[in-house]
Design a protein around this ligand. Sequence first.
Ligand SMILES: Cc1cc2nc3c(=O)[nH]c(=O)nc-3n(C[C@H](O)[C@H](O)[C@H](O)COP(=O)(O)OP(=O)(O)OC[C@H]3O[C@@H](n4cnc5c(N)ncnc54)[C@H](O)[C@@H]3O)c2cc1C
Length: 268
Amino acid sequence: MEITRPTSLADALEARAADPGADLLAGGTDLMVEVNFGYARPEHVIALRRVDEITEVTDRRVGAGVTWARLEHSDHRALAQLARTVGSPQIRAAGTIGGNIGTASPAGDGLPWLAAIDAEIEVASKERGTRRLPWSDFFTGVKRNALAPDEVIVAAVLPENVPVNQEFAKIGQRSAMVISTVSACVVRDDDGAVRVALGSVAPTPVRARQAEALIAENPEPSEAALAEFARTVSAEVSPITDHRSTESYRRHAAGVLARRLLERCLAR
Ligand SMILES: Cc1cc2nc3c(=O)[nH]c(=O)nc-3n(C[C@H](O)[C@H](O)[C@H](O)COP(=O)(O)OP(=O)(O)OC[C@H]3O[C@@H](n4cnc5c(N)ncnc54)[C@H](O)[C@@H]3O)c2cc1C
């Protein structure tokens, strides 16, 4: 296996342009599992660990190369919450948000947060420079995204004024080291508007926009309105039955989880 170790983004883009068939490697916690199970046989790997430009965190950006271990200390409450749930300390020390975005698994725990805050994904290539895609255009299906073969994910770009009132939680088959059966992130603006994003209940992360609209009409919901909110979330998702759970459990859990997170946001 050939391994290229660029030390700048320009060199990484150069390597990617020269061999668009090469596999990008960040922490390797997804890619090496594929290799170990024999699902991937990379002939050429471009290792991104030495590319400093993608490890920066600012008010408006989270670099693709930032590890979950760093994000456990994020000022964004839900991002820190979700980072703490990813795998084990060893996985969080190596795994990155960019790898989560690159894998684009429906169960990727970073994705509901990106959807809830309306992040954009910044990608770059040697030939075409930088482009930014809304999260909803970037994630195109189960483990599919809009990244072109010569591109590298550079960062998640955050909107101005990300609400400080935000909550993430996930449900799995046990309480630690677990892939999400359902995950959810709720953010609440100062004006009371909420955004509700869910994971593991559709091919891509999804927003429950009808449930959001209910709260926009009724920012201080009664018990009955909260029950209607949960029912609406359950109706909006499109989960499947697989080895981790059933369609009906996921649908029910999505509503329960979103309501629980909304109530936490409302209590603040
Ligand atoms: C034991 C275990 C537990 C786990 N638990 C969780 C969990 O709880 N929640 C969760 O969400 N995930 C979990 N994962 C999956 C994995 O850890 C995460 O998805 C992680 O964020 C992947 O990041 P990485 O840097 O290791 O990615 P890598 O494995 O290096 O890369 C993953 C994919 O993204 C691509 N890629 C990486 N960086 C870039 C880039 N900058 N530009 C373009 N493409 C890129 C790679 O080519 C590859 O296709 C777990 C994995 C393991 C092995």
